[in-house]
Ligand binder design. Structure first.
Ligand code: NDP
Length: 289
């Protein structure tokens, strides 16, 4: 079998165009341009690229974007002060703090400080709680993107066995919450570094999502013939980006697979834009009350 390559770039472009249309209508009706503020602490090279891409995407969608670039020596107190200021600023609709943060800053304290109404990454405990209860305010960007890619090739996910590799707060855990929600109705198994007999579990998956950050970790022997394989991993090997899945070998076995790059990555940004618009809608309706 030779798998269908799921074109995340094209699917994300469509989603971004839909959001851009909704932004235009929103701005016409309210006079407000959605404004996403990104905070970048330090000079991490990958983060600089991500932040620039997010800014470009915002501008293309008709939104406003501001980047606060802070030095790597910024203290937690200074960062929390900036967040407090942004929380109170009526012209700021969405706030995103680019991770990872330098060692002197406790990430959780910063994410907890962002107003849940401006939390476009959906990392705040209130938003995670709402997601867990099936009444999400914002969908977490990367897992939502994975689900959209799955649904693109498999509109009927009910009863399918989805196996997730990775249990991080950013990808693995919320991915499971999205897949078991009513309407999606997958049966979910989440694996992590302590899971035993990993290949025996992954080879039962109708849908396999790899989010562990280990280059080419998922081999053909770990995949059930005909499975849908979503590769979230971003790893740099000899200056080239590769996923967590051995793409060549697995694409001979799977029915559909995402490439790296050009799979999940573009969907993450498309969902961020969607969330920034949602955040602007929430702020505007609150200010009108
Ligand atoms: P984390 O490092 O936070 O989590 C990795 C998870 O993988 C952990 O739960 C860990 O288990 C598990 N794991 C590690 N080794 C193994 C193993 N041998 N077998 C089974 N499970 C294992 O990573 P993230 O979730 O933040 O990111 C995962 C990957 O996705 C990275 O490559 C990252 O760059 C990429 N990514 C891509 C995005 C995109 O937009 N395309 C967005 C976000 C991330 P344990 O908990 O036990 O340690």
């Amino acid at each position: 079998m030779s798998a269908t390559i799921i074109d995340g770039k094209a699917i994300a472009k469509q989603l971004r165009e839909e959001t851009a249309k909704q932004v235009a209508t929103f701005t016409e009706q309210t006079g407000v341009t959605p404004h996403l503020v990104v905070v970048l602490v330090g000079e991490d090279a990958a983060s600089q690229v991500y932040v620039r891409n997010k800014e470009k995407a915002c501008l293309t969608a008709g939104m406003k974007s501001t980047i606060h670039r802070l030095s790597a020596e910024t203290s937690q107190t200074e960062l929390l002060e900036l967040i407090d200021q942004l929380n109170r600023d009526q012209q700021t609709h969405g706030i995103l703090v680019q991770l990872p943060l330098p060692g002197q800053i406790e990430e959780q304290a910063v994410l907890d400080a962002i107003s849940p109404l401006k939390d476009v990454d959906a990392f705040h405990p209130e938003n995670v709680g709402l997601l867990a209860q099936g009444r999400a305010r914002f969908l977490p960007c990367t897992p939502a993107g994975c689900l959209q890619l799955i649904q693109h090739v498999c509109p009927e996910t009910s009863g399918k066995h989805a196996v997730i590799l990775g249990r991080s707060e950013i990808v693995g855990k919320p991915m499971g919450l999205l897949l078991i929600q009513r309407g999606v109705d997958a049966t979910v198994t989440t694996c992590h570094s302590r899971t035993k007999n990993l290949a025996a579990i992954t080879s039962q998956a109708d849908i396999l999502i790899a989010a562990i950050g280990k280059a080419n970790f998922v081999t053909a022997e770990m995949v059930k013939p005909g499975a849908i394989v979503i590769d979230v991993g971003i790893n740099r090997v000899d200056g080239k980006l590769v996923g967590d899945v051995d793409f060549q070998a697995v694409s001979e076995i799977a029915s559909a697979i995402t490439p790296v790059p050009g799979g999940v990555g573009p969907m993450t940004i498309a969902n961020l834009l969607k969330n920034a618009l949602t955040a602007a809608r929430i702020q505007v309706s609150q200010q009108a009350e």
